[in-house]
Design a protein around this ligand. Structure first.
Ligand code: MG
Length: 204
């Protein structure tokens, strides 16, 4: 399986990254399958970064093979979603950005793609979902999928023109405003607003 992620998909997050230009097409990057982790094990702070950030994102799981998917049919290609954390070595990413180098290391290291418990999309409107992240009981990020620059169907369609989508592939759909660092001992809890928690992660 592969993990496709979208950068710069919420306007207010662009501002905190000092990005003045809104992208004209989805900005995609990949994480290797070795990046995938659930929340059963703690997240171990790696020694190669002094600044690991959380990015709370809605994640969809591809449910069938697809290539060149039209946007209007894209909803047929995912049946489950959850809240995930696109863990980012911000110090390494900043260095890469300054020199226009790839994000592979800063975004793709082990345990950098944390996913919570998946829920069926069912009758939900995937673009009308409120989600949040709490750290040690304080809400640090709130997101609303209606604020995305590129909708999930647009992202699925766009990605499928470059990469054949396969059952089980995951798409991280971008983070809203409020990213920040994690520290040893932190307890991260993420979920949909007014619903039960989908992810609980300890930082070690
Ligand atoms: Mg992200």
């Amino acid at each position: 399986m592969k993990i496709i992620a979208v950068g710069m998909n919420y306007r207010k997050h662009l501002l905190e990254l000092d990005e003045s230009q809104e992208p004209s097409e989805p900005v995609l990057f990949l994480k290797p399958d070795s990046a995938l982790a659930g929340d059963k094990l703690p997240f171990f702070l790696p020694d190669f970064s002094q600044e690991i950030h959380y990015e709370t994102e809605i994640v969809v799981k591809i449910s069938k093979l697809g290539k060149n998917i039209a946007e209007k049919f894209a909803h047929r290609y995912y049946e489950e979603f959850t809240v995930g954390l696109d863990m980012t070595a911000r110090d390494l990413q900043r260095k890469a950005r300054e020199r226009s180098l790839p994000w592979a290391v800063s975004k793709g290291f082990d345990q950098s793609a944390i996913v919570g418990r998946f829920l069926p999309v069912g009758e939900r409107d995937i673009q009308d979902i409120h989600f949040h992240l709490d750290i040690n009981g304080q809400t640090v990020q709130r997101g609303y999928t209606g604020d995305m620059i590129f909708s999930i169907d647009r992202i699925v369609s766009y990605a499928s023109h470059f990469f054949t989508l396969k059952t089980g592939d995951l798409i991280f759909t971008g983070t809203p405003l409020g990213v920040g660092p994690v520290h040893i001992g932190d307890c991260l809890e993420a979920g949909l607003d007014n619903e039960e928690r989908l992810l609980q992660l300890r930082i070690k």
